[in-house]
Design a protein around this ligand. Structure first.
Ligand code: PLP
Length: 458
């Protein structure tokens, strides 16, 4: 690709791309008409495209580049490991030093009751692993009827069969006749979109009690697990009301079901703690991880497993018949170790909690005063702006959901900042190394984008 970008002008690259490359989650017809954006290099929080334009990466790629782009020490570590042991597997009682070191490191970073990791290559694979793990766990516990997994509408847990099924994206379910059987969805804690008739506090408790209701309806003896993101990311940065997770915690402590905290986005410092569930004070039995584990430098995921589940599953005398060719891949594990070392050395988790997090939040929340914005919200370094047609009636939505969001997203690119649109809300999740100056740029650019969008709609 480097060679191509040196030789071909943007238009020619776009034509080749349009002819042969099927992009994920993309309207290929319009993409091919407009041409794709070609990113050629990146450094820190900035990406550069094939026309030489520099754009602030307000989404950290896909919520993953915690340490920023272009960190040479990760590249160097990967290079050394490639030369020493580029590949070996971890099946059948074999392992290698990078997988050993990373497992020890993750056990140290995880809450005290979590000391084991099962590896894979992505967040989706992590959730497929979870799917089989929780059901097999209850089989081993001699409770084979506990099979149902409860997820939430508008949750996102990946694109594979299990990931899509556990997630609550109706447009995804519609393709491939999903969810698979044995998955049940409850409402999400989306106060702005679904709860404005009551206070956020009341709504938070009510939304949590949907889990209790579902357990009573289906029967506790039939339920294996509840899966949730601490903050829904792909669903539109849905930050639950303050009462939600405490009420959930009560329910989860009272009921004998496993709790799976999907930490694929919220893990590795995004909310100012190593894991999002720690931020909200809830205790998971399993934590799928990916993204920030390697800052996206190489694909790697895993499931962090509590002692309760590990003891039940691993010491039963049977194999857990599950695994991937790339489970614990030595080069990916090396990238993860180098990435975690940077996060620790530079104090990035604490920085989100006490420095850049509060700094950006204060400025971002002020955008809530803009005539186009119904609500501005942000926790850690995850933020959203709800675009509305009428600021005096926040329940009103734009007629063709998503159109204004897409216009705003495209304008944001022109204003040198990546913001993603989910329906008609604009979301950000910048790298944890964002400086104060870059945060100022981000907010200024977002404000200009709102102004430009507002003018376009007039
Ligand atoms: N879980 C969550 C919470 C995610 O946000 C994602 C991806 O965005 C996934 C799982 C799936 O991860 P991957 O795309 O690596 O398969």
């Amino acid at each position: 690709m480097t060679a191509h970008s040196n030789i071909y002008p943007t238009k020619a690259l776009q034509e080749i791309d349009a002819a042969h490359h099927w992009h994920p989650f993309s309207d290929m017809k319009s993409l091919n008409e407009e041409g794709s954006r070609i990113v050629t290099s990146a450094d820190g929080v900035w990406i550069s495209d094939s026309d030489g334009k520099k754009i602030l990466d307000g989404m950290a790629g896909l919520w993953c580049v915690q340490v920023g782009h272009g960190r040479k020490e990760i590249a160097d570590a990967v290079n050394r490991q490639m030369n020493e042991l580029a590949y070996y597997n971890t099946f059948f009682k074999t392992t290698h030093p990078p997988a050993i070191a990373l497992s020890e490191k993750l056990a140290k970073l995880a809450p005290d009751h979590i000391n084991t990791v099962f590896y894979c290559s992505s967040g989706s694979e992590a959730n497929d692993t979870v799917f089989r793990m929780v059901r097999t766990y209850w089989d081993k516990m001699c409770k084979p009827d506990k099979k149902v997994i409860i997820g939430r509408w508008n949750g996102y847990h990946g694109s594979t069969l299990a990931g899509t099924s556990l997630g609550g994206m109706k447009a995804m379910h519609a393709q491939g006749d999903l969810p698979v059987s044995g998955v049940h969805h409850i409402d999400q804690p989306y106060w702005f979109g679904e709860g404005q008739d009551m206070s956020p506090e009341e709504f938070g408790v009510l939304a949590a009690r949907k889990l209790e209701e579902a357990i009573d309806e289906i029967g506790e003896d039939k339920i294996a697990a509840f899966i949730a993101e601490p903050i829904q990311g792909a669903g539109g940065v849905i930050i639950p009301p303050a009462t939600y997770w405490p009420e959930m915690r009560r329910i989860l402590e009272e009921r004998d079901i496993l709790f799976v905290s999907d930490e694929v986005i919220c893990g590795f410092g995004r909310l100012g703690e190593w894991f999002g569930s720690t931020h909200f004070g809830v205790k998971p039995d399993l934590m799928p991880i990916a993204k920030g584990l390697t800052s996206g430098y190489l694909p790697m995921g895993g499931v962090l497993v509590s002692d309760r589940v590990a003891d039940g599953l691993m010491n039963s005398g049977d194999d857990f018949n599950h695994g991937y060719t790339y489970s614990g891949h030595p080069v990916c594990a090396t990238a993860a170790l180098a990435n975690l070392e940077i996060i620790e050395r530079e104090g990035l988790v604490d920085r989100v909690k006490n420095d850049i997090g509060p700094y950006l939040q204060e400025r971002w929340l002020r955008l809530g005063d803009h005539p186009l914005v119904g609500e501005a919200r942000m926790t850690g370094l995850m933020g959203a702006l709800e675009l509305v047609p009428d600021k005096t009636d926040l329940k009103k939505t734009f007629p063709d959901t998503g159109t204004v969001g897409t216009i705003c997203r495209d304008i944001s690119f022109q204003n040198s900042m990546v913001m993603r649109a989910v329906r008609d809300s604009m979301i950000i999740s910048p790298p944890l190394v964002l400086s104060h100056e870059e945060a100022d740029f981000l907010v200024k650019s977002a404000e200009k984008t709102l102004n430009d969008t507002f003018q376009t709609l007039k």
